[in-house]
Each structure stands twice: as C-alpha cells, then as structure tokens.
Design a protein around this ligand. Structure first.
Ligand code: SAM
Length: 241
C-alpha cells in the first residue's frame, strides 16, 4: 500500500492527543522528568535523539525508555520482540540491551512509521540487529508461531490497546520460562479502575491485567504506575513460568 494512504506521526498525535487536557500534577511531573533526564540520561546520543524527536508525543519518554532498557538488560536477552514500533525510540533502547549477536524484531502496521524507525535504528547503529516487519501484528504473530520462531527473552507490547489480550496470548506462545513481558499504557490516567468503562482501550488493558492474574503460564506479574511528561500511566511487568 502507498505510504501516503497512512497517517504521519504528527497526524496520529493530533488524532490521539488533540483534545486531551493536562492532569493536575502534569507541570511538576514534567519538571521532575526534565531534572532526571538532565542528570541521568545519556547526552549527545544522535541515534536516540533522532528517534525521540519523531516519537516524542506518542512513544515512551526518555526516562521510560531507559527504564525499559534497564529491565531488559537484567535478562541479558538474545532475542527481543516488540509490538508497536512508531519511530523506533523504544526499539533502540531495547536493542541496546541485546547480547552480542542478539536480535530484535519489531512489528508495525504503518509503513511510514516502519520506514522512519528503520532509518532511526540504522542511525543508532542497530541496522543489523533490528528487523522491523510491516503489517498488522495479529497477522504476523500466528505465522511466527507456526514457522517455529525461536522464543523471545523480552517482549514489549505497545500497539493498539484493545488487542492487548490477543497480544498477550501470542506473546506467551512465543515465550519460554523466564521471558519478561512488558505492556505499556495500562493505567491510562487511572481509567483502568473503571469496570464499566466503554472505552475499548481501557477494556483492553483491564482484560490484559486480568489475564496476567489468571493465566497459569504467568509466574509473577505487577503493574508499576508512572507519572511524568506524558501524564499518569503505567507498565504491566510479568515473568513467564
Ligand atoms: N513503542 C513505541 C515507542 O515507545 O517509541 C510507541 C508505539 S505507539 C504507542 C503504537 C504503535 O503501534 C504505533 O506506531 C501504531 O502504528 C502501531 N500499531 C497500532 N496498531 C497496530 C497493529 N494492529 N499492528 C501493528 N502495529 C500497530
């Protein structure tokens, strides 16, 4: 399909964030984010910065990217799967946690974003280790299982939230004992606690968290709430039995 039939990142950001109002603590959270970035984040990292500029509003923040990197590093992963690439900012942070010779596969349905992410990964020095596959993730994942794709050590789920329960099922089929599965944006400004919500994204993340609780293939799982320049949200973090 032609790229111009797909939204740009700016159009997507306008669509998603256009009418959103800042949370009451937003200004302070943003300032604390800035302080942490100023104090602890790597400086002059051209590859990361290029991806951040493009993904700033919709992707993980610098602190969250570094947090993902730290979590993944603890697993010393040879293989990482990401669902939802955008401009490749989280992709690059995760790729930097790979063992020598390791591989990251990222799934993205918008070909424009996939192309930007490929360029950013290459600029960041991960052209070899990162493979971005274009198409709806739910089309790609069954083929990965049936083709006997090797299991992944870390899986990051960050695409369309209504599909989170399906992504969790495929992630589990592509896991092995000890695989770390991380889901982003599962708190959604606190909306996650509303059992009557008719927002498909909220329903998706609620169902995801309930599956983490009930599925016997999950060894341990929790949700870490976050506040920062992107408001109040959280990561669901789970380890496969
Ligand atoms: N992980 C990125 C980061 O933190 O830098 C942000 C990902 S953004 C929140 C979600 C991405 O998922 C978008 O790029 C969107 O195009 C992609 N996406 C949405 N639905 C998808 C689907 N069904 N299959 C694959 N990708 C999808």
């Amino acid at each position: 399909m032609e790229n111009d039939q797909w939204p740009t990142i700016a159009e997507r950001a306008e669509e998603i964030l256009g009418n959103s109002t800042p949370a009451p603590g937003q200004d302070l959270w943003r300032k604390v984010d800035e302080f942490i970035v100023e104090t602890l984040a790597p400086k002059g990292d051209v590859g990361l910065e290029a991806a951040l500029v493009e993904s700033y509003e919709l992707g993980v923040t610098p602190i969250q990217g570094q947090f993902l990197h730290l979590l993944a590093r603890l697993r010393q992963p040879a293989r990482i799967l990401e669902i939802g690439t955008l401009a490749g900012y989280s992709t690059i942070w995760l790729a930097r946690a790979l063992r020598e010779g390791g591989k990251l596969i990222s799934l993205e349905h918008n070909p424009r974003f996939a192309e930007i992410a490929r360029q950013n990964a290459a600029t960041a020095g991960h052209g070899e280790s990162v493979e971005i596959r274009v198409g709806p993730a739910l089309d790609e994942l069954p083929g990965m299982v049936s083709n006997g794709e090797e299991p992944f050590d870390v899986i990051f789920i960050d695409a369309d939230k209504p599909n989170n329960p399906h992504y969790l099922e495929w992630a589990l089929r592509l896991s092995r004992p000890g695989t770390l599965i991380i889901g982003d944006n599962v708190v959604r400004g606190g909306e996650v606690i509303d059992p009557a919500s008719d927002n498909p994204k909220v329903r998706g993340v609620r169902a995801y968290i309930e599956l983490l609780a009930d599925d016997p293939r999950i060894d341990v799982a929790t949700v870490l709430q976050t506040v920062g320049s992107h408001g109040h949200d959280g990561f669901a973090i789970a380890v496969v039995r």
